[in-house]
Design a protein around this ligand. Sequence first.
Ligand code: ACM
Length: 513
Amino acid sequence: MKSKLISALIISIIMISFSSCENEPATDLTQTSFIPVPASVTATGSSFQIEKSIVVYYEEGEEGLKQTAQFLSEALAQITGTAPLIEVVQELPKEGIYLSLTEDEQNTGNEGYILTIGKELISIDATGAAGSFYGIQTLLQTLPVKAEGDQPIHIATGTVNDFPEYGYRGAMLDVSRHFFDVEDVKRFIDFLATYKMNALHLHLSDDQGWRIEIKSWPKLTEIGGSTEVGGGDGGYYTQEDYTELVNYANERHIIIVPEIDMPGHTNAALASYPELNCDGKATELYTGTEVGFSTLCTRNETTYQFVEDVVREISALTPGPFFHIGGDESHVTAHDDYVYFINRVQKIVDSHGKRVMGWDEIANASLIDNAVVQFWADIKNTTMGVEQGAKVIMSPAKKAYLDMQYDSTTHLGLHWAAYIEVDTAYDWNPATYIEGITKENILGIESPLWTETITNMDELEYMVFPRLPGFAEIGWSSPDLRNWEGYKNRLAQHGKRFEAMGIDYYKSNLVPW
Ligand code: ACM
């Protein structure tokens, strides 16, 4: 009897301590599992209670913040069920959430922000609208993915002072090997936005498919867009679709980097127009996965009219600064022809006001001022590019390729470069990866997803998550603040966020989910 009493007492003590634990407001902001890890987080030991009646204010005269305020209001509605009102104010309000802009006194660029969570007021003071948006992403990570019934949400007070390590933080999606429609790409953009990435490189053409409408060359999509790897229906973006993506990305402070891969990887174009071939005959459409067998006819003027039209039409639809000309794996283009082609095409891109970007092979040509070389495989090429004054985007296939399998049991993807487990993907530093290429030479990092084996969003998400947040952190956070042991624990806390987003992710056993 006595022992029953004691055990009942113990159970009730345990239950009380559990429930009080649950109701205990969070008070230590430094315990939040932020990804990417911010430059600095300090705690002030109290908590802020989010009421359903909370108002999102933004500074009068800063209309760029209105969209950010709307984004926050919608995000809070997902969590609490109520969308906060948005109001413009002239002065610092006493309570609620306040978005404002400030001078860039710390010289951190227009992406920096200071998030201050007080007991009554949360303020995000940013050096630009992008910084304000990133401050919101940080704030959202202090919140649960969903409120529990009518339970109030408490978040810890303190300050996050944050800015990125690199100005270019991107991912690439190959929509050529398998086509992904506008809604799919928007979802992909959402993933990038959540982790403060700011560039989506769209690989819009390859041997298997041409995916963007070019009004002056309509058969590119009519014929070249009609299939994909495996012989499916393919598809393409109309110019209106593309603009919709550009705008959706822009609202999330993400630029689109369009890629037309040339002179190789061009079978879809060569099948659409016989005059692009040196023998004047259209090729057959291709639905396999070999590379390196196609080339534009580099000594034919029609080719340059084609490139001019394509670059002009796409550049006119693209507010971002870059145009990616591909240039990789042109194995059947003679070296001199390749160099001649890249030299001419760079000038065309430049004449349409865009900055040339290309895979590391383009460094074999004479690079135009301001060119950007995307390192994927060849250190010698990349070093040649830097010697010519180019900047580098780091996408080492052995670390950053999202289509590489996690290990030998992964049922999707490839492994020609490496197996890339979550720790391998995370644990490297762009600024020390290639001897002689340092942070000053590097614009940032990009993780490409090639889609030879990826046919739908479920498969895409399995390859992208959980590696993408790690690439985002490499781009955003100082290497001094990054280490795998700390990261894996923070990543584990994001499992429930992935689930809330409906993401079927790879549950690596290296991560304590
Ligand atoms: C590439 O992976 N061919 C750039």
